[in-house]
Design a protein around this ligand. Structure first.
Ligand code: NAD
Length: 423
């Protein structure tokens, strides 16, 4: 096996994902053996299934689904289920490996998995989507389970999908098994804070950086791209902490107010009008303008490959908080690094979601119900500890945080394999 990480590393827009692209040099720096490389980079299981589903029209259609699991040395595999027309097993494989690394960075006892169905969910009725979900789960039921592989929501799947997954799995097993899936509605054993935990985890890391740099919330101007689950919650949480959120955007464009946006009012405006645009007192801007707006913290929280060779030289923020997966291209990452910008990498910045998924799984297994204060306290502890671990490696080696996070993850996974006698 060559040290080249040969599988294609693609995101949902078919772009190279930066963390995986960077891994080759991490392997080289750590001087990994062939065995170590193989155990780390070859998936444990790559499953492709097909299953027929009856459509409202009376006919039926055969759907294809995938599920990929990576090293489970640290614990059962964990990762989302995506409904997307471009879902391939190669893509699921890359995303599963990223989950493996992400869980190791925050030191939670899971391996990585990812999967999904090749489908444009917007073309199906609710009943058809439910049948697709149940068909997919019947097809992969032998490969998932609370101690094997625990799915979660991802692109175009949500709490409702997770409720169908739970129900189908429990029908097959003929017993209750709430820990088989996370991201469930709170009524079925989910955790309410899961809805904003990705954003909150990122905010906790940012707070640590602000402390180090002696930055007070009131002096920090923030721009956030994306106003969905992650972006809207991040904007609200940062505003609640006293930061000045000067710009936000959604798919239609952005708004800018250098004196600060009232995020609760922006959210109501979006509910009423369907967009954040034309917000009273703010100026409409494009998504491209948002990325280079004067601010201290830029938080991409929408799509991948947003910071590129074309715009990285114009970024004004001194800190980039990668709440989205792979928002920075490798060339942009180099430019930002040379310009002295601090990039807090996705595998650390957006890991809060999977951390709270771990709490949900633990709670379901023990039958306990955690108070929200306990969920929030432990999330903070885990995110700040992970940042401290990454920071220590970064300081010791002079490498950027992304490299340090990858190094930490690779070492943790290999150590677990070693202790099991697999190396
Ligand atoms: P979402 O679908 O809830 O929100 C996405 C937002 O991006 C929406 O506001 C949408 O309008 C906006 N958007 C779409 N196209 C855009 C464009 N061209 N320019 C600017 N904005 C655009 O998704 P989400 O759950 O908030 O996820 C956002 C990102 O965070 C994704 O990269 C996702 O992979 C990553 N992420 C999410 C979680 C989670 O727990 N939800 C966890 C880890 C990583």
């Amino acid at each position: 096996m060559s040290t080249k990480h040969e599988r294609i590393h693609r995101d949902e827009k078919n772009q190279c994902t930066l963390c995986l692209a960077e891994l080759d040099s991490v392997y080289a720096d750590l001087g990994l053996t062939k065995q170590e490389l193989a155990i780390l980079t070859i998936p444990r299981r790559v499953l492709t299934v097909s299953f027929p589903v009856r459509l409202e029209s009376g006919g039926s259609r055969v759907f294809v689904g995938h599920r990929v699991q990576f090293s489970d040395a640290r614990g059962p595999a964990k990762g989302g289920i995506r409904f997307h027309p471009d879902m391939t097993s190669g893509h699921a494989s890359d995303l599963a490996f990223l989950m493996d690394l992400k869980c190791a960075v925050v030191d939670i006892p899971f391996g990585g998995a990812k999967g999904g169905v090749v489908v444009d969910a917007s073309t199906l009725s609710r009943a058809e989507l439910e049948r697709v979900t149940r068909g997919y789960i019947r097809a992969i039921a032998d490969f998932i389970g609370p101690f094997k592989d625990i799915p979660a929501p991802d692109v175009y799947t949500d709490e409702r999908t997770m409720a169908w997954i739970l129900d189908e799995y429990e029908r097959i097993r003929r017993e209750h098994s709430p820990a088989v899936v996370t991201g469930k509605p709170p009524e079925l054993g989910g955790i309410r804070a899961r809805r904003f935990s990705t954003a909150l985890g990122g905010v906790h890391v940012l707070e640590e950086v602000m402390k180090e740099r002696g930055l007070k919330a009131a002096d920090v101007r923030v721009a956030i791209q994306g106003f969905g689950n992650v972006g809207e919650n991040a904007a609200r949480l940062m505003r609640d902490r006293g930061c000045c959120v000067v710009a936000v955007s959604d798919a239609k464009g952005g708004i800018h107010d250098p004196t600060g946006l009232d995020i609760a009012v922006v959210s109501s405006h979006k509910k009423q009008t369907g967009s954040i645009m034309d917000f009273p007192g703010a100026k409409n801007i494009t998504n491209a303008e948002l990325l280079t707006i004067p601010c201290d913290v830029l938080a991409p929280a929408a799509l991948s490959s947003q910071l590129t060779e074309q715009n990285a030289s114009d970024v004004k923020a001194s800190i980039v908080l990668e709440l989205a997966n792979a928002p920075t291209t490798p060339a942009a990452d180099d430019i930002l690094f040379k310009r002295g910008k601090l990039v807090i990498p996705d595998i650390l910045a957006n890991a809060g979601g999977v951390v709270v998924s771990w709490f949900e799984w633990s709670q379901n297994l023990s039958g306990d119900l955690w108070e929200e204060s306990k969920v929030l306290k432990r999330l903070r502890q885990i995110m700040t500890a992970a940042y401290a671990d990454v920071r220590r490696i970064s300081e010791g080696t002079g490498r950027r945080l992304r490299r340090a996070a990858l190094e930490l993850a690779v070492k943790r996974i290999l150590e677990a394999e070693r202790l099991r006698g697999n190396l």
